[in-house]
Design a protein around this ligand. Structure first.
Ligand code: ADP
Length: 186
């Protein structure tokens, strides 16, 4: 069956880089909710208008909106054929429960959840250095606080379901990718 993988990790942990490598290697479809929201902001859609202020303050877009966007995307045929790599979703327990229901309704199984583990001080430094538009110091701190409060509980959620693999995210791109590949064994 086509793989369905969730990638977790603090902002700045290197999720984007590892996702690009996985997609190139395995032909899985990359679904990044951050990219989807940024595209909506750039296009000036109704969703983009709602999301813009929330994103620049480092807050989270509502579960209701996110669940709708992702449910719609997961229904598309490229994903049923090639599998999916979810990046930025789920970010809350409500989103994780919704995703579980979507997969159950589709009759498919979650393959694995990979947590790229990088300590807080290291990710803060990395993000300050990359200088993306929404990477102000306040927004970074807010996003990391949100991660600990809302997303870190998902580690337990998936560990309980025997789906969680923790990868050491320190080291260069190749080293980390080798660990990811070893853990997935696709
Ligand atoms: P980062 O990992 O640096 O926070 P992302 O690109 O994943 O960046 O997301 C950027 C912003 O988009 C988030 O800070 C948040 O405001 C919003 N966002 C993305 N995915 C979700 C989600 N699943 N639930 C709520 N908000 C989201």
């Amino acid at each position: 069956m086509a793989p369905r993988i969730i990638i977790l990790g603090r902002q700045g942990a290197g999720k984007g880089t590892q996702c690009a490598r996985l997609v190139a290697e395995h032909g899985i479809v990359h679904v990044s909710t951050g990219d989807m929201l940024r595209a909506a902001v750039a296009a000036g859609t109704e969703l983009g208008k709602q999301a813009e202020a929330i994103m620049s303050s480092g807050g989270l877009v509502s579960d209701e909106i996110m669940n709708g966007i992702v449910a719609e995307r997961l229904a598309e045929s490229d994903i049923s054929e090639n599998g999916v790599l979810l990046d930025g979703f789920p970010r809350t327990t409500v989103q994780a429960e919704t995703l579980e229901q979507i997969f159950a309704d589709q009759g498919v199984e979650l393959t694995a959840v990979i947590n790229i583990d990088v300590p807080l001080e290291e990710v803060t430094e990395r993000m300050m250095a990359r200088g993306r538009d929404d990477d102000t110091k306040e927004a970074i701190e807010e996003r990391l606080r949100n991660y600990e409060a809302q997303t870190a509980p998902l580690l337990d959620f998936y560990a309980e379901r025997n789906k969680l693999v923790v990868i050491d995210g320190l080291g260069n791109e190749d080293t980390v990718f080798a660990r990811v590949q070893g853990a997935l064994a696709l």
